[in-house]
Design a binder for this molecule. Structure first.
Ligand SMILES: Nc1ncnc2c1ncn2[C@@H]1O[C@H](COP(=O)(O)OP(=O)(O)OP(=O)(O)O)[C@@H](O)[C@H]1O
Length: 311
């Protein structure tokens, strides 16, 4: 469904250029429910905004279904945003109108896109567990309920791809769990592909695949299996090794990102040696250069040797 290869995003502000994505590769399958994690500033939201058509890539390849988001025209982008992709933000006020009811909020985007379908609007609210709140105004709903309305709205135009940026960022654990189970249900019943950007490691741990982004590139991947406690750069991810296996990501040219903590621990800076013993690849700090041979006779007379020759 989604292919990004060598994806680059550069923000230019006055004289400063920020490289938010520097050659990112990621593949997301049709019907997948997956999460993207990474430290603040690693480029998660930038990636999501590009996939959602809210921001333009600078270079590289980014395809969603049949759409090429690097080459897409402004007119096509409107169509893409209206029909292919749905968005959920942490701050759900962006999606909702407080003086309308939950049902009206879901119906509104349907009307705007010419696909008014009140039965489907009710069905969506039922799926997110709000069939008893259809006619309540948004301001009468709790934060968690409003977030569930936002999920229903994001699906109003039957998108194939749902992008969620910190969807559980402002709700309690119980509501976060409920939101995740709604995602699981929608993914299963509608087959919609769901990409969640999150800091919430417990949420990440409950999806099939987690991709970690570091410095604007994909660094490692965690694939669900059945078991160990994993860490990324010494920070516990909350992804239990019992449930996830960690893989380092290699691009097509064989490049990989080595965590900064490992490089610092080995004092590797700029260069390293790599050895292959038929089974394992070892990356080591370069060996110290062999000491120059010293001519004792000359040494005692305080002369220096260079390459074994007297100077
Ligand atoms: N509109 C912008 N103009 C300039 N720089 C930007 C802009 N948006 C993001 N950046 C920069 O790009 C980098 C990546 O930002 P991004 O918001 O994608 O990170 P993030 O991983 O989502 O962080 P967070 O978890 O804090 O939201 C950061 O250095 C950020 O300062």
């Amino acid at each position: 469904m989604i292919t990004c290869e060598g994806l680059v995003k550069i923000y230019k502000t006055d004289e400063i250029e920020v490289v938010a994505l520097q050659g990112l590769n990621i593949q997301i399958d049709d019907g997948e429910l997956m999460a993207i994690i990474g430290n603040s500033g690693s480029g998660k939201s930038t990636l999501l905004n590009i996939l959602g058509g809210l921001d333009r890539p600078s270079a590289g390849q980014v395809k969603v279904g049949d759409w090429d988001l690097l080459k897409i025209t402004d007119k096509q982008l409107v169509d893409y945003k209206r029909h292919t992709v749905g968005f959920i933000w942490q701050n759900n006020a962006r999606n909702l109108v407080s003086y309308l009811t939950a049902l009206e909020n879901v119906e509104m985007p349907m009307m705007l896109s010419g696909n008014y379908d009140p039965a489907y609007a009710k069905q969506l609210l039922d799926w997110v567990g709000l069939s008893h709140r259809l006619n309540n105004k948004l301001q009468e709903l709790s934060g968690g309920e409003q977030q569930r309305v936002a999920i229903a709205i994001s699906l109003a135009n039957r998108p194939r791809l749902l992008l969620a940026d910190e969807p559980t960022g402002s709700v309690d654990t119980k509501t976060a769990d409920m939101i995740l189970s709604i995602f699981q249900r929608l993914n299963k019943e509608l087959g919609v592909t769901i990409v969640i950007v999150t800091h919430d490691m417990s949420m990440a741990g409950k999806v099939g695949r987690v991709v970690a982004i570091r410095d604007g590139m994909t660094s490692s991947e965690f694939i669900a299996r059945t078991s160990s406690v994993s860490t990324i750069e010494g920070v516990s991810t909350g992804l239990t090794g019992e449930a996830h296996e960690e893989y380092v990501v290699l691009d097509r040219a064989g490049r990989l990102q080595v965590p900064k903590a490992y490089l610092t621990a080995l004092n590797i800076n700029g260069k390293a040696t790599m050895e292959f013993d038929g089974d394992t690849i070892m990356i080591k700090a370069p060996r110290a250069l062999p000491a120059m041979p010293v001519n004792e006779e000359q040494d005692s007379s305080n002369s220096r040797t260079v390459g074994g020759k007297l100077k």
